[in-house]
Design a protein around this ligand. Structure first.
Ligand code: FES
Length: 364
């Protein structure tokens, strides 16, 4: 019969009935085959969003849930879930004959993409004219309703105040005042599942990490990140933020797109105990991978060492130290001067073939 060659045998009914959803290949096409109540469905394996493998997802009733960001498509018709039917993936005719499952690979329905408004963060990155801009990032965890004195915040405040004296604008972001989700490991599913803007930010309008992204990627020329030392490391909020910034670095890895250009980072590190150099090393390494540039002497720090458990004295030293306050001011100036220089020259690359982890071939 004409067209019979298009019906491809993809396997035994019995075998394909063992898993409710599976990824298969037929005539070079990647397909997601599902079975429910004895009825097979076959759709394209490629999700409309950013190409997640639908056959590796799960079934929710008659809908396939994409394993990357949970978009849903009907397992037989390919239509998006109710309200999103315009978003549909190709669906293939399927039949069972003689205990075999056959798919017509030439008669798929068309893919359709419902237009989605781009997320505001995905706009083109272009520095708006105006004075230099510094974002201070406080990573000290505290009860915002009953604030306490924080040495790292204190020095950050000095840095912010000195901005004005240097003719720059400033914006303070206190991570402890933001509600934002932990990184949920989209990158661990697949490099391409970790998107810019962050997958969580795109899916959850209540997640406030967008304020950090907006400041770092679009608004600021300089960031100063202030952290206490907690058990020899930066604060837990610092790491919570850092994990969510993976998408900024990953834009370089998977799309060769440098989001951070001509921007400078400085650090303030304050602890009752030691390991300043270890904390600074982590911060410098991480922000270098994002694309930030550092001034000479990119951090100021204070600690009194392992034997000083009298934290109230440590706090008093930081609060009363004129030298540390001056140090914060001078760090700000070094950062702003370097930023002015970088902006004037505008030489930072917009893409980078062999930078950071991309020094060798990557398999994404
Ligand atoms: S939901 Fe499928 S790739 Fe994002």
């Amino acid at each position: 019969m004409a067209g019979d060659e298009n019906w491809v045998d993809v396997g035994a009914t019995e075998e394909l009935s063992k898993a409710p959803l599976k990824r298969i290949t037929a005539m070079n096409r990647e397909l997601a085959i599902s079975v429910k109540d004895g009825k097979f469905g076959v759709v394209s394996n490629t999700c409309n969003h950013v190409g997640g493998p639908l056959g590796e997802g799960r079934l929710d009733g008659d809908y396939i849930v994409c394993p990357w960001h949970n978009w849903k498509f009907h397992r037989c018709t390919g239509l998006g879930e109710p309200g999103y039917e315009e978003d549909h993936v190709p669906a293939y005719p399927v039949k069972v004959e003689g205990g075999r499952v056959l798919v017509n690979v030439a008669a798929a329905s068309k893919r359709g993409k419902k237009p989605h408004d781009p997320h505001p963060l995905s706009r083109n990155i272009a520095r708006a004219p105006g004075p230099l801009r510094l974002a201070g990032i406080s990573t000290s965890a505290m009860d915002e309703a009953n604030p306490r004195f924080s040495g790292s915040d204190h020095l950050l405040n000095h840095a912010m105040k000195s901005c004005m004296a240097h003719g720059a604008e400033s914006r303070l972001i206190r991570l402890s005042a933001l509600k934002f989700r932990n990184c949920e490991g989209y990158y661990s599913k697949a490099a391409r599942a970790c998107t810019w803007p962050c997958s969580i930010t795109q899916m959850d309008a209540d997640d406030q990490m967008d304020q950090v992204y907006e400041a770092l990627v679009h608004w600021a020329d300089v960031i100063i990140v202030a952290s206490p030392i907690r058990w020899g490391a930066a604060s837990s909020l610092y790491f919570k933020m850092a994990e969510r910034l993976n998408c900024v670095q990953n834009a370089v890895t998977i799309n060769n797109k440098v989001l951070i250009r001509n921007k400078v980072a400085g650090f303030i590190i304050v602890g009752g105990q030691d390991n300043i150099q270890g904390v600074a090393g982590q911060m410098l390494g991480f922000f270098a991978e994002l694309g930030f540039i550092f001034p000479q002497f990119p951090y100021i720090a204070h600690s009194r060492g392992w034997s000083h458990e009298d934290m109230e004295h440590n706090v008093a030293i930081v609060r009363d130290s004129k030298e540390l306050a001056e140090g914060a001011d001078m760090l700000t100036k070094r950062c702003l001067d370097l930023a002015a220089h970088l902006i004037a020259r505008d030489e930072a690359p917009v893409s980078i073939e062999r930078g950071g982890r991309k020094a060798h071939t990557l398999h994404t």
